[in-house]
Design a protein around this ligand. Structure first.
Ligand code: SAH
Ligand code: SF4
Length: 360
């Protein structure tokens, strides 16, 4: 028997094709999207505006299936980290981050990552697999409907595991569902793709969408960036920043790019580095987000000292850059990308799985 088609990650356009193929009118797509992504309903039998015959046909040929939440860790300040298992048995992470007026969800696009940035726990694990659009939008679904007592998600950032631009089509199909007014209805400013800088894909993205873009720069000279973000050898800084300018040139209204810069003690955090950064970004419309390195087992890097963090930030502010410093949320629950799965893999090799469901 042929596998049932999972409809969870289908955009309106793909659902219209699906319903056409089974002899149903296109408006069924909208009905299904509303049931699944507005009401959180995954049981065809409950979809009362589908007649009995359609409901039973859908049950025969299709499913609505999310990945599995295996563990939830809560930190004191309210950050919640979910360990999620895919069909294949691989694990990914997503993180819910409450802020003043927002509820941001940080999601994964791949299990593991092939790009091996030297400061990243996901990179250290290697690449497992690309996520399907079901598994990507499934994270947004789970964050909205699995935890019934939690506030709905207002912002989504692709800053979990993996390089979203190397899993382009599934990521874009899930973005389509996030933006659709009859699904999650998130505006372009509320969805951010973070990339280590896959230049051709940034240019492709520019022709397709206007969502927010964040670039993981982390160094302003190729020599250093080649080491800490090795994909730089293929797409060096100048080309990367040109692709950012191209991205902005296709946008309407005043927009800017977010530049992410991890501060690692003694590696990229001196005032000389700040000056270099200020210089390379001079002609790009951007804001800078500084992220103190979040240490993990097996890494020799250290978080910059508070003194260096403030000095670095002040330098950029004085040069006129809007600069924020993301105090890593949820350090206590292995906040940065890939760290929870990294620990899980180690414990599986060692002894028991993580047992607790929350720590305070
Ligand atoms: N692959 C994409 C998106 C996932 S990484 C990218 O690289 O942009 C998302 C963010 O987490 C990136 O800015 C990355 O640099 C940051 N990050 C990874 N490991 C970290 C660590 N140990 N401490 C702090 N930030 C980290
Ligand atoms: Fe991959 Fe991003 Fe981690 Fe680099 S920082 S290894 S691109 S997930």
């Amino acid at each position: 028997m042929q596998d049932k088609k999972n409809l969870l990650g289908c955009s309106q356009e793909s659902l219209e094709v699906f319903f056409k193929d089974i002899g149903e009118p296109p408006f069924r797509a909208k009905q299904l999207l509303k049931w699944v992504h507005q009401k959180g309903e995954l049981d065809f039998e409950m979809m009362t505006d589908f007649n009995k015959d359609l409901r039973s046909r859908l049950k025969d040929i299709a499913i609505l299936k999310t990945p599995l939440v295996k563990n939830v860790l809560t930190s004191e300040e309210g950050t919640k980290k979910y360990l999620v298992e895919l069909d294949s048995g691989s694990s990914i992470e997503m993180v819910r981050i409450p802020e003043k007026k927002r509820m941001t969800l940080c999601i994964s696009s791949q299990a593991g990552c092939a790009l091996q940035c030297t400061f990243c726990a996901t990179g250290a694990q290697g690449f497992d697999q690309n996520l399907t659009s079901d598994e990507i939008i499934g994270q947004v679904w789970l964050a909205n409907f699995y935890d019934k007592n939690e506030a709905p998600i207002t912002n989504v950032v692709f800053m979990g595991m993996g390089e979203p631009l190397l899993n382009f089509n599934p990521v874009m199909e899930s973005v389509d569902i996030m933006r659709n007014q009859i699904a999650y209805c998130l505006s372009r400013k509320r969805i951010t793709i973070s990339t280590s800088g896959i230049v051709p894909q940034i240019n492709k993205l520019a022709d397709m969408t206007d969502i927010s873009l964040a670039i993981s720069l982390h160094a302003s000279e190729n020599e250093l960036r080649d080491i800490i973000v090795p994909i730089n050898k293929k797409y060096p800084i100048k080309e990367l920043l040109n692709s950012c300018k191209n991205y902005l040139s296709k946008q309407t209204g005043k927009r800017n790019i977010t530049i992410e810069y991890i501060l690692i003690d003694g590696i990229n955090d001196s005032l000389k580095h700040a000056a270099g950064l200020s210089k390379v970004l001079a002609s790009l419309s951007c804001k800078i987000n500084l992220i103190p390195f979040n240490p993990f087992d097996g890494s020799d890097y250290k978080r910059s000292t508070d003194k260096n963090i403030y000095a670095f930030k002040n330098y950029l502010v004085n040069k006129g850059y809007i600069t924020t410093c993301r105090i890593t949320r949820g350090d206590a629950i292995d906040g940065a990308c890939g760290q929870l799965v990294g620990n899980l893999k180690k414990t599986i090799k060692g002894k028991s799985l993580i047992q607790h469901t929350s720590i305070h």
